[in-house]
Design a protein around this ligand. Structure first.
Ligand SMILES: Cc1cc2nc3c(=O)[nH]c(=O)nc-3n(C[C@H](O)[C@H](O)[C@H](O)COP(=O)(O)OP(=O)(O)OC[C@H]3O[C@@H](n4cnc5c(N)ncnc54)[C@H](O)[C@@H]3O)c2cc1C
Length: 262
């Protein structure tokens, strides 16, 4: 790896040994709203916080992105991971993403060109191959009251169902027709702890750093959850987060991880 762009770092697990290569933090944060034509939209540079862009739309009485108001991370990370919540995702609202490719060519990619799937895209499957410079999202006419009400309903749902504390959000993707949290809970792993990382007592797809958790601790829990769910339900959980950096797993981990690292 020569270089890698990171946004908020909220969807990556970086090895304790660090990263050999250059990590670029996107600080480009300009945001502009198009409200003059019938085609309402917002364009934001890749380092802008996705949740903040969505909240600014709500404050203007513009609808469409209320579901994104509580998603951590940046526009770049959201475009790469097809971030989503409450039945919506980036794929459904993206008009176009401005993409810089290795050879230096700049192109505008549609959602179709990004080959979006559930928490997945061409960019996620081809890490380091292209840089998201900015993205433009469709918006809808609404009122400030309506947009705010919808955003706070989503916020309240999140507070009710997801644990507080430092986490990665959902650790695993939900397998078709099921929920990773339910499977890990039914495998009896709620509350399991390795070092200072714990599988949340409230929602088993959330792994909480209680203070001094290491990436190694997190990886051990990921493996424990994956093994238990595979053994009890025959389902292979796939991580939603990505592993970055110099991972030198023990032979046991390497064996267990075979093909599993995102
Ligand atoms: C408490 C909590 C709740 C969460 N809830 C949700 C949720 O409801 N829905 C959801 O989808 N996710 C959720 N997440 C996960 C995370 O917030 C999202 O995946 C988010 O979109 C990641 O953005 P980021 O900027 O942090 O990405 P990063 O973690 O920085 O990067 C993710 C990937 O994108 C790449 N990348 C980032 N920026 C660029 C760029 N400009 N160009 C090219 N590649 C880039 C990185 O190299 C990496 O491969 C949650 C996380 C937490 C901690």
């Amino acid at each position: 790896m020569l270089f890698r762009i990171i946004g908020g770092g909220s969807n990556v697990l970086i090895a304790d040994a660090g990263v050999q290569g250059v990590i670029v933090l996107s600080q480009a944060r300009a945001v502009s709203f198009e409200t003059q034509s019938d085609d309402l939209s917002v364009a934001a540079e890749s380092g802008a916080a996705f949740g903040s862009v969505a909240r600014r739309a709500v404050d203007r009485g513009l609808g469409g992105l209320e579901w994104a108001t509580t998603i951590p991370g940046t526009i770049g990370g959201a475009v790469v991971g097809n971030a989503g919540a409450h039945g919506n995702d980036v794929a459904g609202w993206l008009i176009v993403a401005e993409i810089l490719q290795h050879e230096g060519g700049k192109e505008y990619w549609s959602a179709e060109r990004l080959e979006y799937a559930y928490r997945d895209s061409w960019l996620k499957r081809n890490p380091g191959e292209a840089v998201v410079l900015s993205a433009t999202f469709r918006l809808e006419q609404s009122t400030k009251e309506q947009a705010k009400a919808r955003a706070s309903e989503y916020g309240a749902f999140r507070k009710r169902t997801q644990p507080p504390g430092a986490s990665w959000g959902s650790m695993f993707k939900n397998p078709p027709g099921d929920h990773a949290g339910r499977l890990i809970e039914d495998a009896g792993l709620k509350g399991m702890r390795r070092g200072d990382i714990q599988i949340s007592e409230q929602h088993a797809n959330f792994f909480i750093n209680l203070g001094d958790g290491t990436a190694e601790d997190a990886w051990k829990l990921i493996e424990a959850a994956r093994r238990a769910v595979a053994k009890q339900f025959g389902i292979e959980l796939e991580t939603e987060i990505e592993l970055l950096g110099n991972w030198e797993p023990t032979s046991e981990q390497a064996e267990n991880a075979e093909g599993g690292r995102a």
